[in-house]
Design a binder for this molecule. Structure first.
Ligand code: URA
Ligand code: SF4
Length: 232
C-alpha cells in the first residue's frame, strides 16, 4: 500500500512518504562543538559552500538559497542585519529590497558604498518564512557562520541593524533604545547598535535617531587608532 502511494508520489515528482516525513522533522539544533570548530577553521570558499548546503536549522526548508553576505573582504565596516527577505532569497544578496535601498542611502549619508570597505551580512543566512523574526535557536545555529565572517573580515567597526543582529553578536538581550549611542564590544571590535532599515520604513520619525547613530558611528570610526604605522 505504502509502496503504491510512494509510486504515485514519485509520478508527481515528490519524494517517497518516509522522506517527506523525515524532511518535516529537522529541529533547530544548537551548534555542537564539532560543527562550530569546523566552521571556525573555514576559509571564504569553504564557508560559502557550507552555508549553501547547510541544514542546521528549520530555515533550510523554505529558503531558495542561503545568503552569506556581500562586499569587500578587506572591509573596515561590517553591517549586520537580521535575515534575508523575499528579494534577497531570490537574488542571493543581502539587502537588495526596499530595506536595502534605505540601507544604501544610510551608507551614502556617511560617505560609504556597498562593497567599498563595507561588508553586509545577516544574523541568519536563510530567509525566515513570512519575514518573521528568526528564533533564538535559529540565530544560535547560524552564529558560527557570522562569527567566522567577522574573524575573516577583521572589520574596524561593526554596526548591528536591529535587535536580532545585536543579540546575535552580543549574545545577550538587547534593547535598541537603551543601547544606542554606546559603544559595545564584539571580541575587541567596537560595535554600534541602531535601528533596522525595515523598522525605519515603518517608523520614519525614527530616521532622525538612526541618523544620530550613523554620525556616532562615523565619528567613532574616525577616532579609531589606525593600524600600527608601517615600519620604515
Ligand atoms: N533585512 C535584513 O535584515 N536583511 C536583509 O538582507 C534584507 C532585509
Ligand atoms: Fe544553516 Fe543558518 Fe540557514 Fe539555519 S539559517 S540552515 S543555520 S545557514
Amino acid at each position: 500500500m505504502s509502496q503504491r502511494r510512494d509510486g504515485v508520489l514519485r509520478e508527481m515528482g515528490l519524494a517517497p512518504l518516509w522522506k517527506l516525513r523525515a524532511a518535516r522533522t529537522v529541529a533547530p539544533q544548537p551548534p555542537d562543538a564539532d560543527r562550530s570548530a569546523a566552521i571556525a577553521a573555514m576559509n571564504w570558499d569553504e564557508l560559502r559552500q557550507s552555508v549553501a548546503g547547510c541544514r542546521a536549522c528549520e530555515l533550510c526548508r523554505t529558503r531558495q538559497q542561503a545568503v552569506l553576505g556581500v562586499g569587500d573582504l578587506q572591509a573596515d565596516w561590517l553591517f549586520v542585519g537580521e535575515g534575508p527577505g523575499v528579494e534577497e532569497d531570490k537574488k542571493g544578496e543581502p539587502f537588495v529590497g526596499q530595506a536595502g535601498r534605505l540601507l544604501d542611502a544610510m551608507l551614502a549619508a556617511i560617505g560609504l558604498r556597498r562593497g567599498e570597505r563595507v561588508y553586509i551580512a545577516n544574523a541568519v543566512k536563510c530567509r525566515p518564512p513570512d519575514n518573521r523574526t528568526p528564533e533564538p535557536a535559529e540565530i544560535a545555529a547560524c552564529r558560527p557562520y557570522l562569527e567566522r565572517q567577522v574573524e575573516l573580515l577583521g572589520p574596524r567597526l561593526i554596526v548591528a541593524l536591529g535587535r536580532p543582529a545585536a543579540q546575535a553578536l552580543l549574545h545577550r538581550e538587547v534593547k535598541i533604545a537603551a543601547c544606542r549611542g554606546t559603544l559595545a564590544d564584539y571580541r575587541g571590535v567596537p560595535l554600534i547598535v541602531t535601528y533596522h532599515p525595515a523598522y525605519l520604513l515603518r517608523n520614519p520619525a525614527d530616521k532622525a535617531l538612526a541618523w544620530e547613530d550613523l554620525c556616532f558611528a562615523r565619528t567613532t570610526f574616525e577616532g579609531l587608532q589606525k593600524g600600527p604605522a608601517a615600519a620604515i
